[in-house]
Design a protein around this ligand. Structure first.
Ligand SMILES: [Zn+2]
Length: 913
């Protein structure tokens, strides 16, 4: 027990009423207290000491979006356990004007404010020692709006200034001094003073709005539920506001939830689709948890410029505007992105907001769950979208990143502020989600759901860590023991990489059939790692005996293990990863593969997705050659499911773009690809039909892109060219005509038009960009501009990045698109190096280490050397940045190994054509 004092009295202050505890020694419990550590003298660069804790905040901010800076007063109630003359907290680039500590006896102590570290660690030093008890800290301060889309930042659109916040993970400290760490989860009270024409939104409802003279008003918000600083949010400006119907009560929730959509001026009418689909997403998640939505209202905000794609602020969720501004005619991909992001952010209101991670090492507790739940929940609300297959496809897709020796673990130590951003990886989100799918399949859906409900109820409005979750899960599981679950879970949580199970099947007349399993780590060609590694793999093997399908589940722990089937007869096939629900790869003997593929009609779509992923793994490991892949491909392509049929495209594109050495080889490959996929597209037709299923739209969209590009199909290119001309009013009225295009393929069409018409069409797009305000349209135009091959004009496009006509969150698109094309890669790389400081200045500092990702298109030894010589000196001394750099070097090295290995087989194959 750590609490030493009881809160007993309240003091009435001039502006507000709040509680201040009186010091009362609970002496009868003294003997149980843990000895208190002395308060640290050295700056805590990671977690703050727990012996000085906030219990409540009051924020009074004065914000005029037309000014460059703002000021505020922050008051924080503190519990202090130790005697100290200084307090550590956070604040970044803040000018503190006065610091006072109001003690419980009514006296005041003045302090000094010094930022001691560039990650925003602040030391407050007081004029006298502070004794254990309670106190209230007050800091009056001023600071600038941030220019890098974090903290409290300002953007201008169509001449109007708006202010938004983005605090995750450690940017609240840019907006106000405080204890910017998730474990300090307490209620917030805030008041915002601004110009009368502005609307103001926050986490909770507005309780009063009062004119205060001179064209200003004061907006006061209700006290929030306990929140960590990173979930506090506000938005200020002359917005369009769409008041929607309240989300109705359910058997789980007895209060309605007011729902609103918020967008910058003139865009409100595009929020209807997003608002209309919110009720279903929210109610379905609520039914899953059987816990009411934790907040009293929900606002969804379309933000024109945002560093992350969306942010789950409690009750005030922000999104990049292209995710929210859409209608029924929007491209399928945009709808899918909206639905999965929306469900992800709403799922966070429970996972992350209601129960918050204790520290950033457990970010997966937020992100893996929100990712997993968004697909699980949407697959019920929107069965036609096949979100369950999307979830599997994503966790299969992350295996490429997880096969690196520099792959991160799902859960990893974060020792200082510099490392916090490194927790936000695909491994945390997607491999974490895959791990949850595996666990759910192994212990059963209802057991798993009971565990989740148990966890959320136990820790509601508090913090929790990985152990808390596994304990809550174990308490509800009637199938497997807690120890077994913990061991298996932690072997995946705390180890990088993918288990590879090699299965050898034996069936003799005298014995029951058995499977001998060897476990190792999957490694791709060129990897310098060791294959010796084991996990506690919860494996489920599907097999068929006399036409009946059976499943055998067990935990594979050893390097070598034998499973005996309970049957007397030999199975006709074994599928080593039933429904692909296990996060592992497998290999079989040639006979094993043949009998499995021969029975593909008896397998589920998920089985087939897992099989094709294993084939991709075999190609990447050099176990399967190009000609062998082409032999198998028709069986995969013929599959009805788009997710399966399209799977080989990634490998075929890699061969076309990275291995083919000249135009002749590319032309031969293009002919081959048309022969493989042409018929499927012919059956679908190039034009959308009202009767098309989502599967058909997905297939057509991808095939048009693949066949127009890697398939060099002239007829498809002409079809796209005409569409792009009509859509953009080229040589006509120079206006955009959405009704003249298929929204699913228009982006590809614009790219084709730029490639075929060159500079004049690019110039036309450039003019359209000047007037384009919506994120989706700008995205189409910019990706078209990035595909110009004319060297002079490509240089002009690059220089656009140096101008304000490109938004900060659009810079990456132009850079990556030009780097991905062999014609523009070298000049873009040169330009990137020359303008690195400018690019950095328009990127949030916490993302600077991520800029090494520009190396993702490099696949040759000279490119690797150039990459190393530019970035190595820049990352030196920063552990998180060095790790990202090493990881990128490994990606380039593996790509080089792939090309070297497969080139000879591709050459040999093409010579015979
Ligand atoms: Zn998230």
């Amino acid at each position: 027990m750590k609490t030493r004092y009881l809160i007993t009295i309240c003091l009435l202050m001039i502006l507000s009423i709040y509680c201040l505890p009186q010091v009362v020694n609970a002496n009868n419990q003294e003997q149980h207290f843990e000895p208190l550590k002395a308060y640290p003298e050295q700056p805590p660069l990671g977690r703050l000491p727990q012996s000085v804790r906030p219990t409540m905040y009051w924020l009074d901010l004065t914000i005029d979006p037309d000014k460059g800076s703002f000021n505020g007063i922050v008051r924080i109630n503190l519990d202090i356990d130790v005697e100290t003359q200084h307090i550590w907290l956070h604040g970044k680039d803040i000018k503190a004007q006065s610091i006072q500590l109001l003690l419980s006896d009514g006296s005041t102590v003045n302090g000094q404010y010094v930022q001691v570290d560039n990650t925003g660690v602040v030391k407050l030093t007081f004029e006298q020692a502070i004794f254990p008890g309670s106190a209230q800290l007050q800091i009056n301060y001023e600071t600038h709006f941030n220019n890098n889309l974090e903290g409290l930042y300002r953007i201008n659109e169509a001449g109007i200034n708006y202010v938004f916040t983005h605090f995750q993970p450690i940017s609240a400290r840019l907006a106000f001094p405080g204890f910017d760490e998730p474990a300090f989860k307490v209620p917030f009270n805030y008041t915002i003073k601004t110009r009368v024409q502005n609307k103001v939104f926050g986490n909770s409802r507005v309780t009063s709005e009062t004119a205060v003279g001179d064209g200003w008003k004061e907006v006061r918000f209700a006290q929030t539920q306990p929140l960590p600083t990173y979930l506090v949010a506000f938005a200020i400006g002359d917005f369009d506001v769409v008041e929607w119907q309240d989300i109705p009560t359910t058997d789980i929730r007895h209060k309605t939830i007011p729902l609103r959509g918020i967008a910058t001026k003139g865009k409100g009418d595009q929020l209807n689709y997003a608002l209309e689909n919110t009720k279903g997403v929210l109610i379905n998640l609520e039914q899953y948890f059987e816990i009411p939505f934790p907040y009293e209202k929900l606002d969804i905000v379309a933000v024109p410029e945002m560093a992350f794609t969306a942010m789950e602020n409690a009750g005030l969720i922000t999104y990049r505007e292209q995710l929210l501004l859409l209608d029924n005619n929007a491209p399928l991909q945009q709808k899918q992105a909206y639905l999965s992001t929306h469900a992800h952010e709403i799922a966070h209101q429970w996972f992350g907001n209601l129960v918050t991670l204790e520290w950033w090492d457990d970010l997966w507790l937020n992100e893996a769950f929100a990712t997993w739940l968004s697909y699980v929940s949407n697959s019920q609300t929107y069965p036609e979208y096949q979100f369950d297959q999307m979830l599997l496809s994503r966790s299969l897709g992350i295996m490429t990143a997880d096969s690196l020796m520099n792959a991160r673990t799902i859960r990893h130590d974060i020792n200082n502020n510099d490392e916090v951003q490194s927790a936000f990886t695909g491994i945390t989100y997607i491999k974490g989600g895959g791990l949850l799918s595996m666990l759910e399949a192994f212990i059963g859906k209802e057991n798993f759901r009971s565990g989740i409900k148990n966890y959320l109820k136990k820790h509601a409005f508090k913090n929790a860590n990985a152990d808390d979750f596994i304990t809550a899960l174990g308490e509800q599981s009637s199938i497997k023991s807690l120890t077994q679950i913990k061991q298996s879970f932690s072997s995946f949580l705390n180890q990088p990489g993918i288990p590879l199970l090699n299965l050898k099947f034996s069936c003799k007349d005298t014995l029951k059939p058995s499977i001998s399993i060897t476990q190792s780590r999957y490694l791709p060609l060129g990897s310098k790692g060791s294959t010796t590694q084991t996990w506690d793999v919860p494996a489920c093997i599907k097999y068929s005996v006399n036409g009946h399908q059976k499943t055998l589940c067990d935990i594979i722990k050893q390097e070598q293990q034998v499973l005996v089937l309970p049957e007397e007869h030999c199975p006709s096939f074994i599928m080593p990863n039933s429904n692909g629900s296990g996060y592992y790869r497998f290999s079989l003997s040639k006979d094993g593969w043949q009998s499995l593929l021969k029975h593909s009609a008896q397998l589920s779509a998920e089985d087939m997705m897992s099989i094709t992923n294993n084939l991709e793994g075999a190609i990447n490991a050099g176990k399967l050659k190009f000609n062998e892949l082409i032999e198998i491909t028709p069986t995969i392509i013929d599959n009805n499911s788009a997710a399966i049929s399209l799977q080989p495209i990634y490998l075929l594109s890699f061969v076309y773009n990275n291995i083919a050495e000249n135009k002749q080889q590319k032309a031969k490959l293009a002919k081959l690809y048309r022969s493989l996929y042409g018929q499927r597209l012919k059956e679908l037709g190039l034009v959308n039909k009202d009767t098309d299923s989502i599967n058909a739209i997905q297939l057509r969209t991808q095939l048009i892109s693949f066949l127009s590009n890697e398939g060099e199909d002239k007829a498809i290119r002409k079809f796209l060219l005409d569409m792009a001309i009509a859509y953009t009013g080229y040589m006509g009225d120079n206006k955009v005509h959405p009704e003249k295009a298929d929204s699913n393929v228009i982006k590809t069409a614009i790219k084709v038009a730029v490639e075929d018409l060159g500079k004049p069409y690019a110039q036309h797009l450039r003019n359209l960009l000047e007037k384009a305000k919506e994120g989706s349209l700008r995205n189409q135009i910019l990706s078209g501009l990035a595909s110009i091959k004319d060297p002079e004009y490509a240089a002009e496009v690059r220089d656009l990045i140096l101008t304000p006509s490109i938004r900060d969150n659009e810079i990456g698109l132009l850079i990556f698109d030009q780097l991905s094309s062999s014609e523009t890669r070298a000049p873009m790389w040169k330009w990137f190096k020359e303008n690195f400081e400018h690019i950095k200045s328009r990127t949030p500092p916490s993302y600077h280490a991520d800029l090494v990702i520009v190396g993702q298109s490099f696949c040759s030894a000279p490119e690797k050397e150039e990459f190393i010589s530019f970035f190595r000196p820049l990352v030196k001394g920063n552990a998180a940045a060095e790790h990202k750099f090493q990881r990128q070097v490994e990606v380039i090295e593996l790509c080089i190994s792939q090309v070297e290995f497969h080139q000879k087989y591709v050459d040999k194959y093409l010579k015979l054509q």
